[in-house]
Write a protein that binds this ligand. Structure first.
Ligand code: FMN
Length: 364
C-alpha cells in the first residue's frame, strides 16, 4: 500500500501520499465570502489526508465563479480561515488554500459585474448562478494594466493565506478558469504581449507564479494544471507544446508541487512526468471517483508522488484509514456537493463512529 507510506519531498513532508483534492462546496456566506462556521469541522474531520487542498477560494470578487464560494480577498475572510487552519493543525493535518480566479466562468448574477477574461470570447454552455442554470455572458477582455492588478491580487491572497495559517497555496491553473484561459488558444485571442505565440500565452500564468513565489516563497506554492482538458469549453489541441514550455519556465523555482489532472489513460502524466523533477500530485478526472487501485498504480509506476482524491473524501472523512483496512466506502449523492444546505457536509461519519450508517451507503 504505497499510498499509505510517508512522502518526503523538497518542500512537503507528508505522513501518507493521499491528498484531498480541492472541492468547491458552496457553503460560504454569499454576500461576505466568509467560510461557513461548519467549514472548520469539515476540514478538521479530513485532517488524516497527507495534504488537504482547500476548495477554490477567490482572489478578487470578479473572480468568483458561483454562489457560496468563499474568498481570501478581505481580512474578515482571512480571519474565518484562521479557525479552519488551526483546527486542521490541531488534528495533525496540513492544508493549502487553492487560489482561484474564474475568468469568464463567472456571471454578473453571482458577483455583480461583467466577467473578465483574456479575450471577449463567450463560454459555450450554461453556468450555475444565484438564479440556477443560466446562459453565459460575453466576458470583457482585461486591459494590460488590469492584468498586473490580477497578478497582485493573487500575491495579496497568498500573503493573507499564510497569515491565516495555511501551510501554502495552490494556484488554480486548471479546468478552464482564468489561468488556463490565458494558455488556451481558443480563449486567448490577444495580440499584445499576453497572447499569440506560446511564449506570450505563458506570460500571465508565469507572472502569477513568480509574484506569489516572491510573496511567500516557492516551498509554499503549488500549481494545478489540466492539460488538454476540455472542461468549461477549453480547446487545447497544442497542449503537448504548451505545457512542456510552461514546465521549463517553472523548473527554475523549486515549487512545493505540480498538481496534474489526467484522464485514466494517463497520457498527460506519462508525457509530463519526465519533465518535472519536483513533487508531482496526480488526480484522475472521469465519471467515477478515482479509486484506491488507480492511486496505488500511479504511485507504483512512478507517475505520481502523491495522488489527490476528491469525491471519496466528501463521504469518507477518514479515507486513509478506510484504504488501510480496505473497508467499504460511502458515496455522497451529487445533490449535496454544492449549496447552502448543511446536510451532506459534516455529517458523514468516520468508520468507528457509525459503522451501521456507512454500511447502508457502502460500495466495495
Ligand atoms: C463537488 C466538486 C467540487 C470541485 N471543486 C473544485 C475546485 O474548487 N477546484 C478544483 O481545482 N477542482 C475542483 N473539483 C475537481 C476535483 O478536484 C477533482 O479533480 C475531481 O473530483 C476528480 O477527482 P475524483 O475522481 O477523486 O473525485 C471539484 C470536484 C467536485 C466533485
Amino acid at each position: 500500500m504505497r499510498l499509505l507510506e510517508g512522502f518526503s519531498g523538497t518542500a512537503l513532508q507528508l505522513p501518507n501520499r493521499m491528498a484531498m483534492a480541492p472541492m468547491t462546496r458552496g457553503r460560504a456566506d454569499d454576500v461576505t465570502g466568509v467560510p461557513h462556521p461548519r467549514t472548520v469541522e469539515y476540514y478538521a474531520q479530513r485532517a488524516s489526508a497527507g495534504l488537504i487542498v482547500s476548495e477554490g477560494v477567490w482572489v478578487n470578487r470578479t473572480g468568483k465563479s458561483g454562489p457560496g464560494i468563499p474568498g481570501l480577498a478581505t481580512e474578515q475572510q482571512a480571519e474565518a480561515w484562521r479557525a479552519v487552519t488551526a483546527a486542521v493543525h490541531e488534528e495533525g493535518g496540513r492544508i493549502f488554500a487553492q487560489l482561484w480566479h474564474a475568468g469568464r466562468v463567472a456571471h454578473p448574477g453571482v458577483m455583480g459585474r461583467t466577467p473578465v477574461a483574456p479575450s471577449a470570447v463567450r463560454q459555450a454552455g450554461r453556468i450555475f448562478s444565484a438564479a440556477g442554470w443560466t446562459d453565459t455572458v460575453e466576458p470583457r477582455a482585461l486591459g494590460e494594466n488590469e492584468i498586473g492588478e490580477v497578478v497582485q491580487d493573487f500575491a495579496a491572497a497568498a500573503r493573507r493565506a499564510i497569515a491565516a495559517g495555511f501551510d501554502g497555496v495552490e494556484l488554480h491553473g486548471a479546468n478552464g478558469y482564468l489561468i488556463q484561459e490565458f494558455l488556451a488558444r481558443n480563449t486567448n485571442r490577444r495580440e499584445d504581449r499576453y497572447g499569440g505565440s506560446v511564449a506570450a500565452r505563458l506570460r500571465f500564468p508565469v507572472e502569477v507564479v513568480v509574484a506569489v513565489v516572491r510573496q511567500i516563497g516557492a516551498a509554499r506554492v503549488g500549481l494545478r494544471i489540466s492539460p488538454g482538458n476540455p472542461e468549461n469549453d477549453i480547446s487545447e489541441d497544442d497542449w503537448k507544446e504548451v505545457y512542456p514550455r510552461l514546465i521549463a519556465e517553472l523548473r527554475r523555482y523549486e515549487l512545493a508541487y505540480l498538481h496534474v489532472i489526467d484522464t485514466p489513460d494517463v497520457e498527460v502524466l506519462s508525457h509530463l512526468r519526465p519533465l518535472w523533477p519536483g513533487t508531482l500530485i496526480a488526480n484522475l478526472r472521469s465519471e467515477e471517483p478515482t479509486t484506491q487501485d488507480e492511486g496505488e498504480s500511479l504511485i507504483e509506476s512512478g507517475l505520481a508522488d502523491v495522488v489527490a482524491f476528491g469525491r471519496l473524501f466528501i463521504a469518507n472523512p477518514d479515507l486513509p484509514a478506510r484504504f488501510a483496512l480496505r473497508a467499504p466506502l460511502a458515496r455522497a449523492h451529487h445533490d449535496v456537493y454544492y449549496g447552502a444546505r448543511l446536510d451532506g457536509y459534516t455529517d458523514f461519519p468516520a468508520l468507528e463512529a457509525d459503522p451501521a450508517k456507512f454500511a447502508c451507503s457502502a460500495r466495495s
